[in-house]
Every structure is written in C-alpha cells, then in structure tokens.
Design a protein around this ligand. Sequence first.
Ligand SMILES: Nc1ncnc2c1ncn2[C@@H]1O[C@H](COP(=O)(O)OP(=O)(O)O)[C@@H](O)[C@H]1O
Ligand code: SF4
Ligand SMILES: [Mg+2]
Length: 371
Amino acid sequence: MSTSTPVTPVPPPLVELSDTHVVHKARSGGLVTRDRVYALTGADFTVAPGETVGVVGESGCGKSTLAKVLVGVQPPTSGRVSFRGEDLWTMKPASRRSAIGTGTGMIFQDPSTALNRRLTVRQILRDPLDVHRRGTNKEREERVRELMGLVGLPRALADGLPGQLSGGQRQRVAIARALALDPDLVVADEPTSALDVSVRAQILNLLLDLKERLGLALVFVSHDIQTVRRMSDRVITMYLGRIVEESPANGVTDAARHPYTRALFSATPGLLDPIDPIPLVGPVPSATRPPSGCPFRTRCWKATETCAVAMPEFTAASIPGHRFRCHHPVEEGRTTRDLVTQAVTAVPDTPSDPQETPVAPPHTPKDPREP
Ligand SMILES: Nc1ncnc2c1ncn2[C@@H]1O[C@H](COP(=O)(O)OP(=O)(O)O)[C@@H](O)[C@H]1O
Ligand code: SF4
Ligand SMILES: [Mg+2]
C-alpha cells in the first residue's frame, strides 16, 4: 500500500502572460519612422481562480495596457497570453472572441464613456447575452433582472438611459454588464477614479462583495495604492512597462524589497505615523526612451553602475509569493524612516540624465504584428 500523502492539485492559472510585450507607435518621431512606446515589457504574470491582484504604479507605467492584455482586447506585440491554458492569439478569431467574451469582463474608469448613451440599461445588459446567444428571450430578460438585483440597481431604472443615471449607478450598470456572462475573471481599471468621493466606497464594497459571492478572480488597477492594498490578496508594482515586484498585499507597505515599491507606498503613509515620503530626485524617463538596465535607475537612491548594465531577474524573497527585480534590494526589516534617511544622504553613482545615458530598447520585437 502506498504511504505517500495525496497531492492537492494546484488549479491552473486562469490567465498567464509569458514574456509579453506591447509596443505602440508614438505620435512623436520622424515622418518615416515614428517613435516606439514600450508600454509593456517582458511581463510574466499569472492570475489564479478566485484571487484579487492589485496593480500599482504611477501614471503611464502600463497598468491599463496590462489590463487590456489580460482581457484580450490588446494583442501583445510579442510573447504569449494564455487563457485557461490556451494561447489566445493563436486561436481562431471566433474562438478568441468567445473565450474572452464569456470568460472575462472589464470595468473601465469612466462609465459615462464606457456605456452606449443611446441604449437603455436593459439593452446594455442584454447586449452580451444576445451577442453570445445565451438562453431564450425569456431567460435573457430574467438574467437582466437578476443582474440589476446583483449590483443593487432598482428595477425602475431598466428603461433609463445612462445620461439619466448618477455616476455611481452608471458604474453599477458597467459592473453588471461585465458580469452578464458569468465570467471567471473581472479586470477593473481605475473603477472609482471618475466617481464622486462619496460613492467610491460603495462601488469598492460592491466589487468585493460580488467577488466573494461569485468566486471571481479580480484584477484591480488603481493609483490609490492604499485601496489596492486593502482590496487585494497580492499586489504587483509596475514601473515604466515592467513588473518589478509581486508581493502578498498584507506586508507590502513595510516588507516590499524593491526601492520603487517602498517609495510609492511611503507617499501615502498611515495616519498614525505620518512621515515625509522617500524623496526621488532624478529625472523621470520616457517610455519611448527607456534607460538601459533597470528603468528606475535614474531616480533610485540605491542605483550603481551595475543597474545601468542589466535589468535584474526576479529574486524570491523569504515570504512565499513575494519576488522582486532589483540588484540592491531594500534589506529586510528596514523601516520607511531608515529609507528616507538613506535616500537623503545617498550620492548618485550613475549618470542621472537619461539623455546622457546609454538608452537600450528593452526588446526588439520580431513579431509581424509589430507596429
Ligand atoms: N494606443 C496607444 N498609442 C501610443 N501610446 C500609447 C497607447 N496606449 C498607451 N500608450 C502609452 O503607453 C504607456 C503606458 O500607458 P498606459 O498603459 O495607459 O499606462 P497607465 O494606465 O499606467 O497610465 C504610456 O506611455 C502611454 O502614453
Ligand atoms: S538598486 Fe538598481 S536595480 Fe534596484 S531599483 Fe535601484 S536602480 Fe533598479
Ligand atoms: Mg490607465
């Protein structure tokens, strides 16, 4: 008789990015060759069923690009995006539309532009059911009623147009539409930043409640990093198109090892112990001319010549599920106060002007979809 302990099967990731790049054509550049924008570079990332992953990073670092890649509305320039183990972009277009349409839902920042203003709430919610031919006419009507109940919209609003609703109600319609086909993954890109402060908490609570009730995986993108931390199981930090750290959410404020994550979280300290944020003094590089090596090196107080040579690979931290990409990570146990002192007294070791530093495109795509 075998004495080996039974192995609990690990569910495969819902969505997986492997060395995924997105390069846009910029509006700038010459007449013949436009500049390239390195919006997402070498992303390796998975989302497991039922987990909430928060995405943080400053404006322009690629959060929305990552969100769109995850729900299959942005094709990668190169690399792989798989959904339930299947490569989305080698599928036939009809299979891809079906996999994306029924398996994922996306909630955008501004519900006033995301919803068709000429359609009633009922029509907006029926549309995905009609497109994917879900159930009979009667079942679709029933599903519309169910969805409105799920997101707390009164039935009387079914014949209202988006323009007749409040911002919070419009976002509830957008959430209901994202849930119409019972997806496993919902990606919410800054879902509350266009809303009045007074309704933000209600929408966040609704998302959390739905996630629990429906067992959804949720990717939550926001520049409100404290909300991301509270909402998420895991937080990823992005900088200039790169994922630079992945950390369990509960320790991210004080246990993050990447200098940029620490700087980001230090900018919104707890009310009980307010301190100045870690100062970042160097120039902010552009996504059309990312610095060679580590993209954060022009602003990092710990940067050395090594950081200009190569982008560090991921290093596993001592906590399971925590990894970071840094040549000189923050030492374990360092407080934010220590890091402020370190940053204030640091002498730059690398050239600080990105125009004077070797600039290396992080990747030269060979894919025919290259812009
Ligand atoms: N369609 C596009 N064409 C050209 N550049 C784009 C396009 N979409 C995004 N970008 C650029 O890609 C970078 C990442 O953008 P985005 O993913 O929207 O960042 P974030 O959501 O973090 O603000 C930015 O430099 C942005 O200007
Ligand atoms: S120490 Fe170097 S590798 Fe680490 S974040 Fe700073 S510049 Fe990047
Ligand atoms: Mg964005």
